[in-house]
Write a protein that binds this ligand. Structure first.
Ligand code: APR
Length: 258
């Protein structure tokens, strides 16, 4: 059963010329990947995410940080995209123009069929040398369980011998310039008229600037999040549902039996 807000979102989808979708950790929650605001659990429950996701943390204890990211990559490889990831790939195939921007470092959008999402915060699947920044090829299998619990010595760069680091953006680091430029251009210069913010607490800048940039361009902004965020006061439409529930409903209503 759809409510009025969902009907408005369906009408906006049908009329849209350029849809931009902006996602956060909440969209992978239903694939079993914990969000950042969830407390770290299990092996990592005594660690604060911000303690591990910094260049200094890696310099201090590279094996602990590499072990954590390989544990996360292993969880992603064992997870499956959910109906929210699939709904986004479906929207991309139905609208005249589509751009996907994600803060997530997993590859679930790609595995659901989304082409070349813009990864604002990097990816677990693109490690590079901490010293010379050359990309590092990961072995294709699921990573080994860190021996003795958490620590896993990072591999060494074949070019300079430096330690390999995760290809994610750490606190205190800038976003990849090309990714940020592409994201802002999609919202500000390429006629975005419908912007979805899905599964993000919209608290971490500069990424959290994107929905506000869309509003300034008079785009319709639809937020999908079961909880309240700072966007609730400004979004055109707020859908307080789980993404995996509401996205398939919107797609089916906008393009029935297709
Ligand atoms: N469907 C939609 N939203 C959901 C769902 C769901 N099933 N489950 C949880 N959420 C929402 C939560 O209510 C929360 O607002 O997803 C949001 C997740 O917020 P965060 O954990 O803060 O994740 P995110 O917004 O992606 O964080 C942004 O912060 O820590 C840094 O670099 C990290 O990329 C990350 C950035």
């Amino acid at each position: 059963m759809m409510d009025t807000s969902e009907h408005h979102a369906v009408e906006a989808l049908r009329a849209a010329r350029h849809v931009v979708v902006f996602t956060g950790a909440g969209i992978s929650a239903e694939s079993g990947i914990p969000t950042y605001r969830d407390a770290l659990t299990g092996l990592w429950e005594n660690f604060d995410f911000a303690e591990l996701a910094t260049p200094d943390a890696f310099r201090r204890d590279p094996a602990l940080v590499w072990g954590w990211y390989e544990w996360r990559r292993m969880n992603v490889m064992r997870a499956e995209p959910n109906t929210a990831h699939q709904g986004i790939a479906a929207i991309a195939s139905k609208v005249p123009r589509f751009t996907l921007i994600t803060q997530n470092v997993d590859n679930l959008h790609e595995r659901a069929g989304s082409n070349q999402p813009i990864h604002l915060h990097g990816s677990l699947f693109s490690p590079r040398c901490f010293a010379c920044a050359r990309p590092h090829e990961l072995s294709c299998g699921i990573p080994d369980e860190p021996q003795g619990g958490r620590r896993l010595e990072p591999p060494r760069c074949q070019h300079c011998g430096g330690r390999i680091r995760p290809g994610v953006v750490w606190f205190g680091e800038s976003l990849p310039k090309a990714a940020w430029t592409a994201a802002m251009s999609a919202v500000e210069k390429e006629g975005c008229d419908l912007f979805f913010s899905i599964g993000t607490s919209a608290m971490v800048y500069p990424a959290a600037e994107l929905p506000f940039a869309a509003l300034r361009r008079r785009a319709t902004v639809v937020q999908i999040n079961p909880d309240l965020t700072q966007l609730d006061e400004v979004a055109t439409i707020n859908l307080h549902s789980a993404a995996a529930d509401v996205l398939p409903r919107l797609v089916e209503a906008a393009w029935p039996n297709t």
